[in-house]
Design a protein around this ligand. Sequence first.
Ligand code: HXC
Length: 395
Amino acid sequence: TDMSISYTLSLSLSLCSDHQQALAERVSLSSMLAKSQADLPARRMKDSYIEVHLPLGSEPQLREKYLTYHNTVRFGRILEDLDSIAVLISYSHTHNPALPRSPLSIVTALVDKIDMRQHIIYPDCDIKFTGHVTWVGKTSIEAKMHMSQVGTYRPVLDATFVMVARDPENKRAAFVNPLTPEGPEEKKLFQEGETNKSRRVELSTASLLKVAPTDEERKIVHSLFLNTLDSKTVSFRSRVLPPTSVWMEDAKLKGLEICHPQERNIFNRIFGGFLMRKAYELGWANACSYGGCRPNLVAVDDILFQKPVDIGSLLLLSSQVCYTEGKHIQVRVHSEVFDPLTRQHNTTNVFHFTFASDSDVPNIVPKTYGGEGHHHFTGCFSIDPDISMLRLNWL
Ligand SMILES: CCCCCC(=O)SCCNC(=O)CCNC(=O)[C@H](O)C(C)(C)COP(=O)(O)OP(=O)(O)OC[C@H]1O[C@@H](n2cnc3c(N)ncnc32)[C@H](O)[C@@H]1OP(=O)(O)O
């Protein structure tokens, strides 16, 4: 439609040659920020609607970047593209034609959900992404995206991201245009956005570190515990691994990334999409070694971007199988920046991926209440309502 704008995926946003100068120029944009949300004109959902075409089928030289060894598409690359598209959607929504450039810094705050409708992505077929803003708060934007493939454009996945607008220096929150839904379908989407907002607030306060587990969660944990008690000694310390099970501590995989300038965004921070790709690949490798076969991704939930990652950081990634059920493996990847000079650790992201193996996988069993004792891995066991309950309902 004429409302849709097609962009190519090589984002000009990331092609700033002199970053220091670009950052200095950005500061001067502060005076263009709106003083209140009411000062900004309301937008319709179709104002931010975009379509992006990824010609994997028709341009073989592009394919290499997306190809796995097993002739499927690298999902980590798709995560990067979704992140870029969510940014584009947010800039389309907030676009002010009277200004030479946007004073807003848009950052990814949360990947709420990615549902896979098809498990294999073909590297020799073109991909189409569509998406638009579905809800806005005062400074946050919910964007939904859909990806489809092949001549008939079969649906591949649906994704929901939350983006947050900040001032040009990425220091304070900044207002975004209001959204006016039109017609029953848009009103429904907007209403769902409202519900999502309350759920997100609830979830963010429901961490195990703050709230006790529910009755149902307690029962699961207790039965896991009873199953591992040594009947001869009946001691807390002496524990026996049940048949076809693996201790949590034996289902980890770790990695390190040095955050080079190549991966920075226009605000001189590491791209959310890059972080997601790295975390996804580590999580996949862990699920692969746990299940003993190449697993398919089933869902991505609650990727929280708590803190930006600076260029030059050492990024420590730890992945842990935290829940299993039948063929399904749930992996949590925790990332933190480590400053080798001050020896300080800071959590930047938490990722949740659910994979399906070819056949049933061993049960994952925690030895301790916290999952296991590593101090950078607090609350990794799946009694965290963010993780196991969601999955229990879902599977
Ligand atoms: C080209 C550039 C590409 C850039 C894209 C990227 O890759 S960005 C790189 C990856 N992402 C990052 O580095 C972001 C790291 N995280 C952060 O910097 C911060 O956590 C944050 C700015 C997102 C949020 O910080 P704060 O929570 O302190 O901000 P504040 O309290 O002012 O809230 C601002 C708005 O965000 C919403 N918000 C904050 N966290 C949220 C969450 N988990 N889920 C939903 N919404 C959330 C709030 O409701 C509020 O919206 P309302 O005001 O509507 O109520």
